[in-house]
Design a protein around this ligand. Structure first.
Ligand code: GTQ
Ligand code: FE2
Length: 366
């Protein structure tokens, strides 16, 4: 057959909106993931400064109703997404301020970085928030946040906005009331459901969403300290997943969240997974080697681990623990039968470090 005839065939197919798989090399069904998102790290000093300045200049009103600054992965061509599946943002609330009630189909989790006299009311359930608390916000649940003291509140949001938009499934509803009616005892969710192995006897287990809207830091820290005495993962050290206490399942269908402690002197083994993660350094300092690049981090920093990249965590301190909070898209991959993980089999389970990440240098070279 003539090359020219074949070209003509493809060209005619193209005009009829048809694509030959056999002529597309392997790009349609790659032999392994070809992620566009890159490993990246945002320094807390800058995140905080930008959020604080937005707090001074931007008012919250019923149009632009959240002062949330999205982390935009430099590999995603300007999209406001941290990974192809995860929206991650730093949200700032000034003292005596209200982020008005709304609801939407994207599902959310929050991790409180600074907060005093701050609350979030989720579907009528008002809970006061402190540093280290973890909050869940199921899809289409009303939520408003507020600060009743004079100090600002800062937290990290994790939402499945990219997935929701990819599926063209986003709905948003601005409430008629700025602040929801509180329909339960204040902090009631924590008091009723905050002891995961016990449930009010007259209620049925909650199958779909965790009845506990806020996972308090004191409980989480105790769980970490006790797990450390009993067991640990070679890849993640002392790691816990937040779950629905009634089912043991991740708190959302599209994303899950972890809290992990790297004990002093720990250097974990490298592995890679088909999932993406956004990490926030809650406490301490250390480093994560991602795809052969060393990312040094300290308290507050936020970093991304893209899919199928080897990663290992290091806490070089001899005395201080490091604590990492993360959101991960693993439940989607698992539900769809696409999750994989693999330990690094060379180098004694450790990667060769080729360079150290510096956001400004990467940008300067572009
Ligand atoms: O706090 O309700 O980061 O609706 C993005 C969308 C936070 C929120 C975000 C939201 C919120
Ligand atoms: Fe929201």
């Amino acid at each position: 057959m003539h090359e020219a005839e074949l070209e003509k065939l493809y060209e005619e197919m193209g005009r009829n909106h048809l694509k030959p798989l056999w002529a597309a090399e392997r790009s349609i069904v790659p032999v392994e993931p070809q992620p566009k998102a890159v490993a990246w790290l945002w320094k807390w000093s800058r995140l905080y400064d930008f959020a604080r300045r937005a707090g001074e200049m931007v008012t919250l009103d019923r149009g632009g109703d959240r002062r949330a600054m999205g982390l935009s992965n430099p590999g995603l061509g300007g999209l406001p997404y941290a990974t192809p599946t995860l929206w991650a943002a730093v949200q700032w609330l000034n003292g005596r301020e209200v982020a008005p009630a709304h609801r939407h189909t994207p599902q959310a989790v929050r991790f409180i970085i600074e907060g005093k006299d701050t609350y979030s009311t989720v579907q009528g359930d008002k809970v006061y928030l402190e540093r280290g608390d973890f909050v869940i916000n199921p899809p289409w649940y009303w939520h408003d946040h507020g600060s009743e003291g004079d100090t600002p509140a800062v937290w990290m949001d994790g939402l499945d906005i990219p997935i929701t938009n990819y599926l063209d499934a986003s709905f948003f509803d601005l409430g008629s009331k700025e602040v929801q009616d509180v329909t339960a005892v204040v902090n009631g969710s924590v008091m009723k459901y905050g002891y995961g192995q016990l449930r009010p006897a007259w209620e049925a287990p909650c199958q779909k969403y965790s009845p506990l809207s806020t996972y308090k830091w004191a409980t989480t820290e105790r769980a970490l300290n006790n797990l450390a005495k009993a067991d640990a993962s070679p890849f993640d050290d002392v790691a816990l997943e937040y779950t629905n206490p009634h089912t043991g399942r991740p708190v959302m269908d599209t994303l899950t969240a972890w809290i992990q402690m790297l004990r002093p002197g720990i250097h974990t083994k490298a592995h890679r997974q088909v999932n993406t993660a956004v990490y926030h350094v809650f406490e301490g300092r250390g480093a994560t080697v991602i795809g052969g690049v060393r990312f040094d981090w300290e308290q507050g920093d936020i970093f991304v681990i893209p899919t199928w990249a080897y990663h290992e965590h290091i806490n070089e301190s001899k005395t201080e623990r490091a604590i990492l909070f993360s959101i991960q898209d693993t439940p989607i991959l698992v539900a769809l039968g696409k999750y994989r993980e693999e330990a690094l089999s060379t180098g004694g389970g450790h990667q060769q470090v080729k360079k150290t990440f510096d956001a400004d240098k990467v940008l300067a070279h572009k």
